[in-house]
Write a protein that binds this ligand. Structure first.
Ligand SMILES: Cc1cc2nc3c(=O)[nH]c(=O)nc-3n(C[C@H](O)[C@H](O)[C@H](O)COP(=O)(O)OP(=O)(O)OC[C@H]3O[C@@H](n4cnc5c(N)ncnc54)[C@H](O)[C@@H]3O)c2cc1C
Length: 461
């Protein structure tokens, strides 16, 4: 599809509805942009916010940074996701190995494990109130076919030198109990987390704004062009055009994820915006009080048919993301190439409601008024043709950087990717980032062009 800015009127997610009092939600909504600034970060999701935080904490003066956001603060995927900070422990190995070789695939997965610890450290050290639950995740294999795939992936990852020492495996009745699902053939469990992603990102924005960073909401970057005036503004290499004026800028950081190709047309065939759907449920008695789910779940029938489940230990709300059973109607309305995050699929909501009822051991008839489906919403993921994000300098555009293309999995990568990017901006070598080399932005990656995102890696929620 044609690259585009985000649509004007997205729906509100459960995360949005529960954080309407964030004081910077509509910051500078009507103000003209300042004429110049050293750093502009485009996008106020977790990538843009954390990049600003890392810049400030690496010594950059907050007043030298401005964040541009096309809609309200954190209105993209970050405020619409399924709330999981859930490392891929081994499942993606085969698909990553096919595209990037086994060594990179092992690194990608090791990086996700490290990421969980980095996220935990950030949240606990800064006492971020974001309903963070550091727990485990149970992956339930709900069909023989899927079990066969997972068993192979586990063995291949181990044989390639991948660390599986933190993964527990269950079979038979134990698997059913662990997965809370009668169809579980086997189950795998490893450390993972969940959180309220808007509260997390609002905390980060609040903190950087206190340090002098400026946020301009409802102010899309429309184009970035070379700045030609000499002497007086020397050093300011780029002009960013917005509906409320032009900003002369030295350093531009693209944190625009699914929308990256709008400003960088070379990405038009590399990054695909794709819609995903999430639901919030009010639990029944079987999932309330002392019976809250203590760990997160991934209920998997097939690569393309799965549900992620986590429950807030704060108010008991259950968040279920995933794909549900495909029907023609689903294909028409969700999980498709689009930037429309104002709609959702009724049939997918119904499939997900059935999954909730199974989990709750309930039926539609036994639900009390107020229990059950609370809300459904969608968000837009940025899918890259080679399944991994783009981090680093943009070749040919000196002073422009990118941290985008998170393939529906950015909450499980950002606490390594954003600090890595800031190291590069500050002049350090790629090796200091600790990131897998295949994450590095490179023209050569764009050659893989046509969308070939691997079904096995789709929907990592
Ligand atoms: C439904 C759904 C469920 C998900 N579940 C999970 C999960 O459980 N766990 C997980 O790890 N990941 C999950 N993800 C993925 C995760 O949410 C994303 O990878 C992550 O939030 C990406 O963060 P970001 O800051 O790069 O992107 P975004 O949060 O999308 O931020 C990009 C921002 O840039 C703004 N923008 C774009 N273009 C412009 C422009 N030209 N000018 C100004 N502003 C612009 C947008 O408005 C947006 O606010 C999910 C995603 C979706 C959609």
């Amino acid at each position: 599809m044609e690259p585009s800015l985000p649509i004007d009127s997205p729906s509100l997610s459960y995360w949005h509805r529960t954080t309407r009092s964030f004081p910077h939600l509509n910051a500078n909504r009507l103000a003209r942009v300042p004429p110049s600034v050293q750093y502009v970060i485009i996008g106020s999701g977790i990538a843009g916010s954390l990049t600003a935080w890392e810049l400030v904490n690496s010594g950059v003066n907050g007043q030298d940074i401005l964040i541009l956001e096309a809609r309200e603060a954190v209105s993209g995927a970050t405020g619409r996701n399924a709330g999981n900070i859930r490392p891929d422990a081994f499942r993606g190995f085969r698909a990553f190995a096919a595209k990037h070789g086994p060594e990179q695939a092992v690194k990608i997965i090791a990086n996700e494990r490290l990421h969980l610890e980095k996220a935990k450290e950030f949240i606990t050290k800064n006492r971020v109130n974001c309903d963070f639950n550091y727990t485990t995740s149970v992956e339930a294999c709900l069909s023989q076919q899927y079990t066969g795939f997972v068993v192979k992936a586990f063995e291949e990852f181990k044989a390639a030198g991948g660390d599986v020492s933190h993964i527990k495996v269950y079979h038979g009745e134990v698997a059913k109990t662990k997965a809370r699902h009668p169809s579980a053939v086997c189950a795998y469990e490893w450390p993972a987390g969940s959180n309220h992603p808007s509260k997390l990102t609002h905390w980060i924005l609040n903190d950087v704004i206190r340090s002098g960073v400026r946020l301009w909401t409802y102010c899309p970057a429309i184009k970035v062009v070379r700045h030609h005036e000499p002497a007086a503004t020397a050093g300011l290499r780029w002009d960013i055009h917005t509906p409320r004026g032009v900003i002369n800028v030295n350093t531009v950081v693209h944190c625009t994820n699914a929308y990256a190709a709008f400003l960088l047309p070379q990405l038009a065939r590399f990054v695909t915006p794709r819609s995903s759907q999430v639901h919030s449920f009010i639990p029944t008695g079987a999932l309330a009080g002392e019976d809250l789910l203590q760990n997160t779940l991934s209920l998997r029938y097939h690569h393309d048919h799965f549900f992620s489940v986590n429950q807030s230990l704060v108010d008991g709300t259950i968040i279920i993301g995933g794909t549900g059973t495909r029907t023609k109607r689903d294909a028409d309305s969700v999980d498709r190439v689009t930037i429309d995050d104002s709609i959702y699929s009724e049939s997918l909501a119904n499939n997900t409601r059935n999954e909730f009822l199974t989990l709750a051991g309930a039926t539609n008839e036994t639900l009390r008024p107020g229990e059950g489906l609370d809300q459904a919403w969608t968000g837009i993921t940025g899918i890259t043709a080679d399944d991994v994000p783009m981090i680093g300098p943009i070749s040919g555009l000196e002073g422009q950087w990118i941290c985008a293309g998170f393939n529906g999995h950015g909450m499980s990568r950002m606490f390594t990717c954003a600090p890595g990017l800031v190291k590069l901006i500050n002049g350090h070598a790629w090796s200091t980032t600790g990131l897998p080399e295949c994450f590095r932005y490179a023209e050569s990656r764009l050659g893989s062009a046509l969308h070939t995102h691997t079904a096995e890696n789709r929907g990592k929620l």
